[in-house]
Design a protein around this ligand. Structure first.
Ligand code: AMP
Length: 443
């Protein structure tokens, strides 16, 4: 199946070929024909599946089909809503790439930057607007944008918009677009709240899911280290120094993100932080440095990292577990893409066991429990626990004399990471799927 066979016009196919896409991804193969037929689309797809092109390409095609017209000032024909500035920028960039030969004009509208350049862009006339809800409402109040000409509306990462409390904003925006329109809704998980939103605002949508509910890439291995909260930093430095590859580290709070980033830099690991209090230019610079490999570690909050398009990231570390189990899926969606191997490592303190249990319930695969000598859980395992079967994970033994890429030398030396293998398979299990102990309650 080619993009051409899916019904996309030569202008779009040319741009896709230039980007090196040889064939549609599963979500694209299923969603594009639905959108081209003019139907509403309800798609369950995570970032990394090619979901952006799945809605952006047929959206552009529909605009082209209805004929190129000189755009009216402030009156777009298509609107994409995204929960964060980063995602809005990424979607806008993607639309620009896909529409390179289509001659359509677009604008990205998001907060944290001056409003005037956006007002100017809208006034010059755009076919498409990609916006975050808050700033779009600002423009609506200033009457710098008029949504009465919107033919296609897309809600990207709708679950996240609901999590972030955007429902009232969404209702106001949806009230300003014509009833007679095509609506596309994409969400990592089609949870009840999302379906309710769809039922309220969509017309008989076609539902497309590319992966089983809440599934994650099969190529990602999940590992948990039990560790006392106050020793997490030390363990993180050890893991980062030992692994030496680019890592996205998640923290729950903005302050925690900054503190951790400062600590990593202090021990000689090149790190940058992104969160909602950083200016747009700081966030963009941090992301660019990370993507180019200049920074080894990017420390981020869930919201800032939402939808980040980072390809082939080998490792994601949850310094804090997310409060909402679904965020675990979003976080690790950055690794194991396109069949590449990925590692999702979580540092779990005693107080986070409940959260871990929620996460395990969501995952189809088992989380492996590993321990690093010197960092064992403060809470001793119960006598009923199965014996620990030492096994070396495929990472290099930490050598304090071997400086990390960033030059850190002062992390202490620890024996290799050990994993507890499943009962009945002593030592013979390559991925220790643990079925007993306090984590047994997870299963
Ligand atoms: P997304 O799920 O939209 O965040 O896309 C993830 C990545 O996949 C982006 O870097 C896209 O450029 C890339 N991508 C999307 N569709 C294809 C395709 N058909 N073939 C190869 N790469 C693709």
């Amino acid at each position: 199946m080619s993009f051409h066979q899916l019904g996309l016009s030569p202008e779009l196919c040319r741009a896709i070929t230039a980007l090196g896409y040889s064939e549609p991804t599963p979500i694209q193969a299923r969603a594009i024909p639905v959108v081209l037929q003019g139907r509403d689309l309800l798609a369950g797809a995570q970032t990394g599946t090619g979901k952006t092109a799945a809605f952006a390409l047929p959206m552009l095609e529909r605009l082209l089909l209805r004929g190129k017209r000189k755009p009216t000032a402030g009156k777009p024909r298509a609107l994409v809503l995204a929960p964060t500035r980063e995602l809005a920028v990424q979607v806008h960039d993607a639309l620009r790439d896909y529409g390179r030969y289509a001659g359509l004009r677009s604008a990205a509208i998001f907060g944290g930057v001056g409003i005037q350049p956006q007002v100017d862009a809208l006034r010059r006339g755009v076919d498409l607007v990609v916006a975050t809800p808050g700033r779009l409402l600002d423009h609506m109040q200033r009457r710098t944008v008029d949504l009465t000409g919107v033919e296609i509306l897309t809600l990207d990462e709708a679950d996240r918009m609901l999590d972030m409390g955007f429902l009232p904003d969404l209702r106001r925006i949806l009230g300003a677009v014509p009833r007679q329109r095509q609506t596309l809704l994409l969400s990592a998980t089609l949870v009840t709240e999302v379906k309710k939103l769809a039922a309220d605002f969509m017309r008989d949508p076609v539902e497309v899911q590319v992966a089983a509910h809440n599934s994650v890439a099969a190529t990602v291995s999940h590992r948990v280290h039990q560790v006392a909260a106050e020793r997490k930093r030390e363990l993180l430095v050890h893991l980062l120094t030992d692994e030496g590859h680019q890592t996205l580290v998640f923290c729950r709070t903005k302050h925690g993100t900054d503190r951790l980033c400062r600590h990593l830099k202090a021990v000689g690991i090149s790190a940058a932080a992104i969160h909602g209090d950083r200016s747009q230019s700081e966030r963009t610079r941090a992301l660019q440095n990370f993507k180019s490999g200049r920074t080894l570690v990017l420390v981020a909050t869930d919201i800032a990292a939402r939808g980040l398009d980072i390809e082939q990231l080998p490792m994601v570390i949850n310094f804090d577990l997310p409060k909402v189990a679904g965020d675990y899926i979003h976080r690790i969606g950055r690794t194991g893409r396109a069949g590449a191997e990925g590692q999702a490592v979580s540092l779990v303190s005693g107080a986070e066991q409940g959260l871990l249990r929620d996460i395990q319930r969501l995952l189809a695969c088992k989380i492996e429990i590993a321990s690093v000598a010197g960092f064992e859980a403060s809470e001793p395992l119960r006598a009923s626990d199965i014996p620990v079967s030492p096994r070396r994970l495929p990472n290099r033994h930490f050598n304090p004399r071997r400086p990390s890429r960033s030059g850190a030398r002062h992390a202490p030396s620890y024996p290799p990471v050990r994993t507890r293998a499943a009962a009945g398979r002593p030592g013979g299990n390559t991925r220790g799927e643990y079925q007993d102990g306090w984590l047994a309650q997870l299963v």
